[in-house]
Every structure is written in C-alpha cells, then in structure tokens.
Design a protein around this ligand. Structure first.
Ligand code: ZN
Ligand code: ZN
Length: 492
C-alpha cells in the first residue's frame, strides 16, 4: 500500500497516439471496441468535447505537458520539421512541464516512450529499454523478432502498397517508399517493441511493481493506433485480415484500438492487485485523431476536421470523482495541466498555462468554460481553425492551402461547416454564409493576436535560461529523431 501520509493520488497519464474519440465505445463507437476504457469512462469523468490544439504529436504533446498553445510554448512544427528556432523559442520561454512540477511536489516521475528531447524533462526515468547486456539483447531478438518486429515491418509494407495506389505515386515516390522501408528495417529493432501495447504495458507494470510504495506520476505513450497500425491478427476482423485493401488497413486501426484497450485492462488489473487503483488518478487522452478515409485523407492526421481534432479525455479516480459524469462543454488539451494542479492543490502560476481548470465543469458549478476551441496544423498543409458549439471555420493563411501529402487543395482557402446539420463536414457552406465566415475569421484573427501578444510578454525580457544545456541535447536528439520518424511513414 502507498504511504498513508501522502494524500495526493498517483497519476497515470495515458496518451494513445492518433486515437479518434469516435472509435471508443463510450464516444459512440462500436460497443465492443474498448470495454476497459469505457468502464473507466462510465465510472469516471468523460469529456465529450475535448479538442487538440494542433494535429501532430510534437506540438500537441508539448501542449498537454505545458498547458500552453503551441503559439505560446514555441514548438510549432512536428517531427523532422521541428526547427532550431522552435527549440530556441521553447528554451527561451523556460516553460515548466507537468513532470517537472510533479517532481517538485514529491512525485517519482516515470515515462515509457521514445520521443525524448524536451519531453524527457522532469522525468526520473524516461525510456523503454530494459535489456542491459548482450545476452539479454540476444534473447529479446530471438524471442520477439519473429512476432513483433516482422509484424511491424509487414504492416509498414502493406501500408506503403496502399499509399502507392491511393496517391498514385510516381517512380521517385516509389523510391522514397523503398527508402522508407529500408529506414523501417533499420529502426525496427528500436521502434517496433515500443510501438507494441503489450510491451509498453509490461514495461509499465514493472515500473509500478518497483514504485508502488512511492508516490508516482507515470506517463505512458501507446503508439499502436498510429500508422502502420501494428495490430496482432487476432484483433482484426477475420474476413478482412488477409486482403490488402483500404478496408484491411482500416480494420487494423480498429483492431489496434481494441488491442490497446485490452492492455489498459491488464494495467488496471496490476493496480488492483497492488491495491492502489483507488489511490491513482488515471487520465486517458490522445494527442490528435486520424483520418482513415474521411475527406479523401487516407491513414494520416492532417486536416482540422473532427476525425483529427476531436480527442477523448477521461479521468478516473473513485475518491476524487465519486459521481460519474459526462461533460458536454468545449475544452482543450491546455486545460489538463491546470486541472491536475487544481485537484492536487498545487499553485500553477509558475506554469503560466493558457488553459482553464476543468473543476467547475466537474463539480457542476459551470456548464461551459470556453466559447470555442482553437487548432492549427503545419506539417503537410498550413491551416488554422476554430469551432464553437455549432460551426467550424478553417482558413489557409498562405491563400492557397495546398496539401503536400495529397498534392491537392482539399476544400479551398476558407471552409465553414454547420456541425449540427453536417457532422461529417462534407458541405463547405462558406459561399452561402459570407457574413458568418467574416465574423468567424475576425474571431480567429483575434485569437492569433491574443496569443502573439502573450508570447511577446512571456519572452520579451528573458535571455537564455537554465535550460541552455538541455536545449543543446534537444538539438542533438532532434537529428536522431528525423531518421526515426521517416521509418514511421513520415515523408519529406
Ligand atoms: Zn501523434
Ligand atoms: Zn491531404
């Protein structure tokens, strides 16, 4: 049992990469899709309308950890495209991240993930490798390679085949594809295991076994729902498990959701066995969603449509939240850090969050804390957007809006959707609603200006700070990350 003197719960933050809210049973997905996550949601707090601040991992995860929009934390690019300027801006801000705050408050901080760079900050342990000597490595390769690694390779190759059909790739792109397969092969030893939910869970279970008597914060990053949807065959629809088609890939995504859910069930069992489930606050979210086929975006997370921006957010802790509740109000990832600080009684002024504590929504003193959710993208196309309860407005600031991934403009420079009448966002009604579009554009411009002003105030007088050295390490890590990310299917 945990030390009785500590009245804070342990915290487990689970980020399931590229998980669409709609694919969970508790968000209207198939009832068999996610029984374990559904049980947590049905006995905890489920936010029905949570939105990511950006649709790619680096910006979004930094928002989750910092409580800031990317425009104020500074990381406005993703993966291989993160620039020196991004990292300098982030470093200059000297932002305190959730793990740093929790460590200062006596938590042992642990993470199972491979992304590194600034995400490592504040963690006593951050990583995923447990083999310590050559003999252990050898055993791992012999016993795991045929299953996890080859499955991961096969998933990548079948996805590349589909990409080449859908995107009608020409010879140079096939060459790029081959390079990607080669990179996948080179990095498969590193990435395949940490992109397998069972591996991440078993690793986490060992960390919990070792730390259960301490007060811990554990961050788990599941990757199975990210391409190439590395899903064991038994979790796929049987009739779709052999055919190499769009349906097969979509079925792998669904299977991956089910697989991660099963592993989260295993994790809950471990907490129950140690009798610490009730002493643990479990938070489940995703950094962004995924477009499987919607809007002719195949197996990627570009676009600011609901499939990509609407994310799950679930809190479970029977002591903190004795009354289960489904909350409708619009919220964003930036609200997570202020909420955790609020419930733990920690002053969050030093974090300077852009978010708002969700406590009034949970306690019922308010039904809304935000009028709108604001989001952006910059990886394969540049778009900025926001939504209120009913409408969504999306704008391409370069005045063109070309998607480099699909080599086309998806829906013009300006988009407006009536989400009540058209939840799948298939009818751009901007030309019929010019006045509303102009008004929504003005709100968007106002939000951008507000964040720009805040950013100026935040870093205006600051020189380089305590994170200089860590920043240098971030830059070295960034070079390694470029190669790794290409093996995940990220093209130039
Ligand atoms: Zn991601
Ligand atoms: Zn596209």
């Amino acid at each position: 049992m945990k030390n009785e003197k500590q009245d804070h719960p342990n915290i487990i933050l689970i980020v399931i990469d590229a998980l669409r809210a709609r694919n969970l049973g508790c968000y209207g997905g198939e009832t068999t899709a996610s029984p374990n996550i559904d049980e947590l949601a049905n006995n905890g707090i489920q936010f029905e309308n949570c939105y990511a601040c950006w649709n790619t991992t680096d910006q979004s995860l930094t928002s989750i950890f910092s409580g800031r929009y990317p425009r104020t934390h500074g990381i406005v690019h993703h993966g291989d495209k993160v620039t020196l300027e991004d990292m300098m801006a982030f470093r200059k801000l000297d932002a305190k991240l959730l793990a740093e705050k929790l460590r200062e408050n006596g938590f042992k901080t642990l993470a199972v993930d491979w992304m590194g760079r600034w995400f490592k900050r504040g963690f006593d342990f951050y990583g995923y490798k447990r083999d310590k000597n050559i003999w252990q490595k050898f055993l791992y390769i012999v016993f795991t390679l045929p299953y996890v690694h080859l499955r991961y390779m096969a998933a990548n190759i079948s996805l590349l085949r589909i990409y080449s059909k859908i995107r009608k790739t020409s010879v140079p792109s096939v060459w790029k594809g081959l390079k990607s397969v080669w990179n996948t092969f080179r990095f498969t030893f590193e990435l395949a295991r940490v992109q397998d939910a069972d591996y991440v869970t078993k690793f986490a279970q060992r960390l919990i076994d070792d730390t259960k008597d301490d007060h811990f914060f554990l961050f788990l990053h599941y990757w199975d729902t990210h391409t190439p949807y590395n899903c064991p065959k038994k979790y796929m629809d049987r009739d779709k498990s052999r055919r190499g088609s769009i349906d097969t890939i979509a079925s792998k995504y669904k299977g991956a959701v089910n697989y991660v859910d099963k592993c989260i069930g295993d994790l809950i069992t471990t907490l129950k066995n140690h009798q610490i489930l009730e002493d643990t606050l479990i938070i489940i979210t995703s950094d962004h969603g995924e477009s499987l086929t919607e809007r002719e975006m195949f197996f990627d997370h570009h676009g600011l449509y609901e499939v990509t921006t609407h994310v799950p957010l679930i809190f479970f802790n029977p002591k903190l939240f004795s009354q289960p509740k489904k909350i409708q109000g619009l919220i964003q990832h930036v609200d997570l850090v202020p909420t955790v600080c609020d419930y733990l009684g920690m002053n969050d002024k030093d974090l300077g969050s852009d978010g708002i504590s969700l406590r009034p929504l949970i306690s019922g003193t308010r039904e809304e804390i935000r009028d709108f959710a604001f989001f952006e993208e910059s990886y394969v196309q540049r778009k900025i957007g926001w939504r209120n309860k009913r409408h969504k407005y999306i704008y391409a600031p370069d005045g063109i809006g070309l998607c480099k991934y699909c080599q086309k403009v998806h829906a013009g420079v300006e988009e407006l959707y009536d989400l009540e009448k058209d939840p799948e966002e298939t009818h751009n009604v901007v030309s019929e609603n010019k006045i509303m579009a102009t008004q929504m554009r003005a709100v968007l411009d106002g939000m951008i200006q507000k964040l720009k002003t805040k950013r100026k105030q935040l870093i205006g007088k600051k020189g380089l700070t305590r994170t200089d050295l860590e920043g240098l390490q971030d830059i070295a890590d960034q070079k390694k990350i470029k190669k790794k990310l290409r093996s995940l299917g990220y093209m130039d």
